[in-house]
Unconditional design. Structure first.
Length: 168
């Protein structure tokens, strides 16, 4: 991901949230998401050199159609040896086309190359399609749950984990 990708990544993220989380989060929150504001946030994150790896998926003639971000697992303000998939989104019309699987393959390769023993992620408990996607990618729920508050509405998350095997 480069600074020039921030607008496209913001579009992927906002449209991805609005599609994936409809019915799971307050609609007013989803409707209020702003691509320009999100693009500025992506620019600040990208320039902060915070150890987060951002990757994009592109299609000829379409440009950026997917985005993922990963880095060290964060717990109680500390970064751990474990890796964390912070985000993975594709444009809604690209769902089911292999873009998400390609992004996941790249994320897993980069997390393994970085020396993470495993990779964790948090997913909305009621997001069945996302949970199936992660399970097909070799992740499993490890029993950890956290509350997630969106505009005063509790939206619980569950943690998924996958062990990483270094290349021989």
């Amino acid at each position: 991901m480069t600074p020039d990708d921030c607008e496209a990544v913001a579009t992927v993220r906002v449209r991805g949230w609005q599609s994936a989380y409809a019915g799971l989060m307050p609609q007013a929150h989803l409707d209020a998401m702003d691509i320009a504001e999100d693009a500025e946030l992506r620019r600040r994150y990208l320039s902060s050199r915070n150890g987060v790896v951002n990757v994009v998926a592109e299609r000829p003639g379409l440009g950026v159609v997917g985005w993922a971000a990963l880095g060290p697992y964060r717990e109680d303000g500390h970064r751990l040896e474990r890796g964390e998939l912070y985000a993975i989104y594709v444009l809604p019309e690209q769902t089911g086309t292999g873009v998400g699987r390609a992004l996941m393959a790249e994320v897993l390769a980069r997390a393994t190359a970085a020396g993470h023993p495993d990779l964790a992620l948090w997913v909305l408990k009621d997001n069945a399609p996302a949970r199936r996607f992660y399970e097909r990618a070799g992740f499993h729920a490890d029993g950890a749950e956290e509350p997630f508050d969106v505009d005063g509405v509790g939206v619980p998350e569950v943690r998924y984990v996958r062990t990483l095997t270094p290349a021989a």
